[in-house]
Design a protein around this ligand. Structure first.
Ligand SMILES: [Zn+2]
Length: 279
């Protein structure tokens, strides 16, 4: 597999001083095939945000992986970027799903896909182990940096996730199942593994994916605010697609991602049209 040309640049910045360093991030966007790691502190521990772009390094579409242990998703994203180009954001810390950090003499855990609202952070930290307002505040600053730099002004967010066999799947959204209240519509292709599916917040994207005969969930606009990026994006009216596949289902995840090329590239074209109009 081709590897990205690597020019790594390390910045050691604290969450407090981060806002002064956004210019460094912005100037990295137009450069082709660049890699960059920014280190952020949450409490006494650092979390890296690893960004890469290939071919098309415009920042209008963000591909994002929040759970570092979901390596199948990142492999699929890399192949898409090498073929069609794009900008990829990935969290780097311990290699595990959860971010853990020390504050004072206590250890806190948080799921990085539950940090995009205050209520999400509070509920998740409480569920995982320990909640303290001062620790939640640090998580909130970190989350806001992700949103500000990679989400808020984007035309489309493409998230990659992996799940475990028969634990969380498109069947979880069927009537009477735990995720049903969070779904407005569900389309199931019985020939697909239910662990391999797409979730979107956008009705037109949902219809296009359904037309492609791919398992897909349209997230309800009334979905519970669990602090996930999908709920945040829906509330901010930023089109969001999560391509979810079972761990190890690289071919399936790639097939779903590549099948969305016309949809994804359509958002690039929208950007290009706006660019022409501005001229
Ligand atoms: Zn995940």
């Amino acid at each position: 597999m081709l590897k990205f040309f690597i020019t790594s640049l390390f910045f050691l910045v604290s969450s407090v001083t981060f806002s002064q360093d956004t210019d460094n991030i912005k100037t990295s966007f137009p450069l082709p095939d660049t890699n960059n790691i920014q280190q952020y502190f949450i409490g006494g521990d650092s979390v890296g945000i690893y960004t890469r772009c290939s071919l098309l390094c415009d920042s209008n579409i963000t591909f994002i992986q929040l759970h570092e242990d979901e390596t199948t998703g990142i492999d699929a994203a890399e192949e898409y970027l090498m073929t069609h180009g794009g900008f990829l954001v990935q969290l780097k810390h311990t290699g595990k799903r959860l971010v853990n950090f020390k504050l004072g003499n206590q250890v806190f855990n948080v799921d990085p896909n539950r940090i995009f609202s205050r209520v999400g952070i509070k509920n998740n930290m409480t569920k995982l182990a320990l909640y303290k307002p001062e620790a939640a505040k640090q998580v909130n600053v970190f989350a806001n940096n992700i949103l500000k730099n990679y989400v808020n002004d984007k035309k489309l967010i493409v998230a990659l996730h992996n799940n475990t066999e028969e634990k969380f799947s498109i069947l979880s959204y069927e009537k009477g199942m735990p995720e049903a209240p969070n779904a407005a519509e569900v389309f199931i292709n019985d020939d697909m593994d239910p662990d391999d599916f797409i979730l979107t917040t956008d009705t037109s994207i949902y219809r296009k994916i359904k037309d492609k005969n791919i398992n897909v969930v349209l997230q309800s606009s009334k979905a519970k605010d669990d602090g996930s990026l999908s709920v945040y994006a829906q509330r901010k009216k930023i089109p969001y697609i999560n391509i979810e596949a079972q761990h190890g289902h690289l071919d399936e995840q790639k097939q779903m991602l590549f099948a969305l090329k016309d949809i994804i590239e359509g958002y690039r074209e929208l950007v290009d049209l706006n660019y022409v109009e501005d001229k």
